[in-house]
Design a protein around this ligand. Structure first.
Ligand SMILES: Cc1cc2nc3c(=O)[nH]c(=O)nc-3n(C[C@H](O)[C@H](O)[C@H](O)COP(=O)(O)OP(=O)(O)OC[C@H]3O[C@@H](n4cnc5c(N)ncnc54)[C@H](O)[C@@H]3O)c2cc1C
Ligand code: FES
Length: 291
């Protein structure tokens, strides 16, 4: 059992929790994730390890409540136990001393970029962060990002905080202004694809973190297949971070669209399995076999 030691409301439907998990805290690398089963009857979900504290034997997770499992996890109180936490999983991020690095994230990607920025800073890089959010209400980890970045820019789509517009607009401006050695982008597929276009025209290496639907997180179910340099790779074991110029974004978009909620016609509704992920997996496998 994994006890919740600390919990904080970060923004609307977004909670940060510190979980007692000594072994994971000791081994976790920036960019790795855990598979979390909030309660015995719930399915497991991937969550990025945003921080790990070996001394306190804890890991920190940032939970954006979007469905049943994330709501169940976000609803647990301090002192309550998470049923299961497996990890650390995936490969750690590629992190060296490069010089000037821009790290851009949208939505829950802010949780994933935070440990990357922290590690890049520790390696001696100058780190410029960009966080894009739909509005101030759902902006997350601003203060934590300010600590680990030399400069932080924030964009909101509705203009409710800092600069109005999209993170990619700001990225374009900064790439014109500075000589940048490397970019990290984590967020929605359109943003990462736009970052890929902008950086490839300037020959700047790009690392992206992909979040396809994951069922086991162990490389056995095939649900997280992504196309890299024309070959299939598993995001859970080969990634989730990849060379942003080698990703097939069209294939990724198709896979991510499988996740979008569908309106079921009344006669079919009673046959939908209780666990929504199962229906999505079947659809995604069906899409794969049509290739
Ligand atoms: C490697 C990895 C790391 C992740 N890290 C975090 C994290 O640190 N914090 C966090 O809040 N979430 C993270 N996610 C996303 C999180 O795992 C999903 O939101 C979660 O599985 C949804 O489960 P659910 O039962 O609550 O909702 P579901 O009913 O399964 O899904 C609800 C809706 O959420 C969206 N969704 C579901 N899964 C994904 C996904 N993999 N990517 C994008 N959208 C999705 C879809 O629109 C779906 O319709 C990560 C995903 C991956 C693959
Ligand atoms: S989640 Fe099953 S293979 Fe990656």
């Amino acid at each position: 059992m994994y006890k919740i030691i600390h919990k904080q409301v970060i923004a609307q439907d977004i909670k940060k929790i510190d979980v007692a998990a000594a072994l994971i805290a000791r081994r976790a690398l920036p960019g790795q994730f855990v598979m979390v089963t909030p309660a015995a009857e719930e399915h497991q979900i991937p969550m990025t390890i945003i921080d790990s504290d070996e001394r306190r034997s804890t890991i920190s997770l940032l939970v954006h409540e979007v469905g049943p499992a994330t709501r169940r996890l976000g609803g647990l109180a301090i002192g309550e136990n998470i049923y299961q936490v497996k990890g650390p999983l995936g490969q750690g991020s590629r992190l060296e001393k490069y010089g000037l690095v821009i790290c851009v994230a949208t939505g829950v990607g802010a949780a994933q970029i935070l440990p990357v920025c922290r590690a890049l800073k520790k390696k001696g890089n100058k780190v410029i962060g960009i966080i894009g959010a739909k509005s101030k209400k759902v902006l997350m980890l601003e203060s934590q990002m300010r600590v680990v970045c030399d400069d932080l820019f924030i964009t909101t789509n509705d203009g409710s905080y800092e600069r109005k517009g999209f993170a990619t607009g700001l990225l374009k401006e900064l790439l014109e202004k500075y000589t940048v050695q490397r970019v990290y982008a984590i967020g929605n597929v359109e943003m990462m694809q736009a970052a890929s276009r902008m950086t490839s025209s300037k020959n700047i290496p790009l690392r992206v973190t992909l979040n396809p639907y994951m069922i086991d997180g162990l490389g056995t179910c095939g649900s997280c297949r992504v196309k890299i340099n024309g070959e299939f790779r598993l995001a859970c074991t080969d990634g989730p971070e990849f060379d942003g110029h080698a990703v097939d974004y069209q294939d990724l978009t198709q896979r991510m669209n499988v996740l979008e909620p569908k309106v079921w016609h009344e006669p079919f509704h009673p046959t939908v399995p209780r666990r929504p992920g199962f229906a999505k997996l079947l659809k995604s496998l069906w899409v794969s076999t049509k290739r």
